[in-house]
Design a protein around this ligand. Structure first.
Ligand code: PGA
Length: 244
């Protein structure tokens, strides 16, 4: 069984004044893997402040290795700044920047080429869920965003659950995660069994245990509740209690 993962996504939050918070998060007692994805501007300082011992991630990367892409950040630059992971295909990027599955695949591939582990995000909108299309949508997103390399993390994040306080039922999470697991096994064989499948969307201390009990949930991608150690620690502890 793979180690559980608690990943924090700070989104567009955090300045130098928050470096101590990153240090505090890095010191949360854990037997699961803990990853924090602060804004790119804080990566290098966070890497230094945590003595290079803490797993950091970027929140996006460009698909190209380098070149004329003003304002963009390459996977290599993230790695150079101290990242080991990078989130790709978050629904906020799919929506705000019109990212397609093909874009996400290209970014995941760029991440792998730079030695980063991509955290590939997928998830349905509320309209898609209500239309009964959830499994079709997430399967399509997964199949078309998946590189040929199994050194990846997948995060299922229903768009309607992100930052809303709404959470799918355990049965709904289980249905999606089981289906994603089957797709990963179909593509990668038995290795697909070990690819971490995170749930994301309004995870907090009060619902963490319930969610982590769902089969095929290997951890969480946490937004709002990763911004302070007070909120994040109980989630990390809940995951740690499931052992490795
Ligand atoms: P949330 O965000 O925990 O604030 O809902 C999760 C995410 O977008 O990764």
């Amino acid at each position: 069984m793979t180690k559980k993962i608690a990943a924090g996504n700070w989104k567009m939050n955090g300045t130098q004044a928050d470096l101590q918070t990153i240090v505090d998060v890095s010191q949360i007692q854990a037997t699961c893997d803990v990853i924090l994805c602060p804004p790119a501007t804080l990566l290098a300082a966070a890497h230094m402040a945590t003595n290079g011992n803490f797993a950091l991630g970027g929140q996006d990367c460009h698909a190209a290795e380098k070149g004329a892409h003003t304002g963009d950040i390459s996977a290599q630059m993230l790695r150079d700044a101290g990242a080991k992971y990078v989130i790709v295909g978050h629904s906020e990027r799919r929506t705000d920047h019109n990212e397609t599955n093909a874009t996400v695949l290209a970014k995941a591939t760029a991440a792998l080429n730079a030695g980063l582990t991509p955290i590939i995000c997928i998830g349905e909108t509320l309209a898609q869920r209500e239309a009964g299309e959830t499994l079709d949508i997430v399967t399509d997103q997964l199949q078309n965003s998946l590189p040929n390399d199994p050194n990846i993390v997948i995060a299922y994040e229903p768009v309607w659950a992100i930052g809303t306080g709404l959470v799918p039922t355990n049965a709904q999470i289980e249905e999606v995660h089981n289906s994603l697991r089957q797709s990963l096994i179909t593509k990668f064989g038995s290795t697909g069994q070990d690819i971490p499948l995170l749930y994301g969307g309004s995870v907090k201390a009060s619902n963490a245990n319930d969610i982590f009990n769902v089969p095929n949930v290997d951890g969480a991608l946490v937004g709002g509740a990763s911004l302070t150690p007070q909120d994040f620690a109980p989630i990390v502890h809940a995951l740690s209690s499931f052992g490795s």
